[in-house]
Design a protein around this ligand. Structure first.
Ligand SMILES: C[S@@+](CC[C@H](N)C(=O)[O-])C[C@H]1O[C@@H](n2cnc3c(N)ncnc32)[C@H](O)[C@@H]1O
Length: 159
């Protein structure tokens, strides 16, 4: 299965980049993982609501260009559906069985995702009601995808 993580901006912190590289390496025996980074917009601290919406729209346009027509798109959103790790593992297995050959996960920028991206998504996935920084979210998502493949392969991993 091909898995794309479509996200906004570059990861600056070395420790996060190391964690991302580690999980990509571990996942390489299960899936082909591509990280697609679209450019982020500068977000002034005291921007108006209108400016914030414009920023999300611009970032959203860039994201939409990378979403493929035949892909199953999962947008990460706080208000989405919450799953257990076992349920995510089952969903990934089922998507594979139903012929999904490309899974695209989308992580928003610091202001979140444009409504058009949320509308395009086939599923909204929430990792809790808390807000995580978008760069850390990449690590959390990769770890959960790795955990899902380990569960589906019936291989031991941390409980
Ligand atoms: C800093 S958050 C954006 C916060 C923004 N106020 C919002 O409500 O979307 C950046 C991105 O990380 C992801 N994210 C952060 N926390 C999340 C959570 N608990 N569940 C799912 N995705 C999350 C989402 O894709 C979000 O667009």
């Amino acid at each position: 299965m091909n898995i794309d993580i479509v996200c906004v901006g570059k990861v600056k912190e070395r420790y996060l980049r190391d964690a991302i590289d580690e999980y990509r390496k571990r996942l390489s025996r299960f899936a082909k993982i591509d990280i697609v980074e679209v450019a982020d917009e500068k977000t002034p601290e005291h921007a108006s609501d209108a400016l914030n919406e414009q920023i999300k729209e611009k970032e959203g346009e860039r994201i939409l260009k990378h979403l493929k027509g035949d892909a199953f798109v999962v947008a990460l959103a706080i208000e989405g559906d919450q799953l257990t790790s076992e349920q995510l593992a089952t969903r990934i297995a089922q998507w594979g069985l139903h012929g999904v050959s490309r899974l695209q996960f989308v992580i928003g920028g610091s202001l979140g995702l444009d409504p058009r991206v949320l509308t395009r998504a086939d599923m909204l996935l929430s990792f809790s009601k808390m807000t995580f920084p978008h760069q850390l979210m990449r690590v959390i998502l990769l770890e959960q995808i790795y955990r899902a493949f380990k569960i589906n392969a019936h291989e031991p991993y941390h409980k």
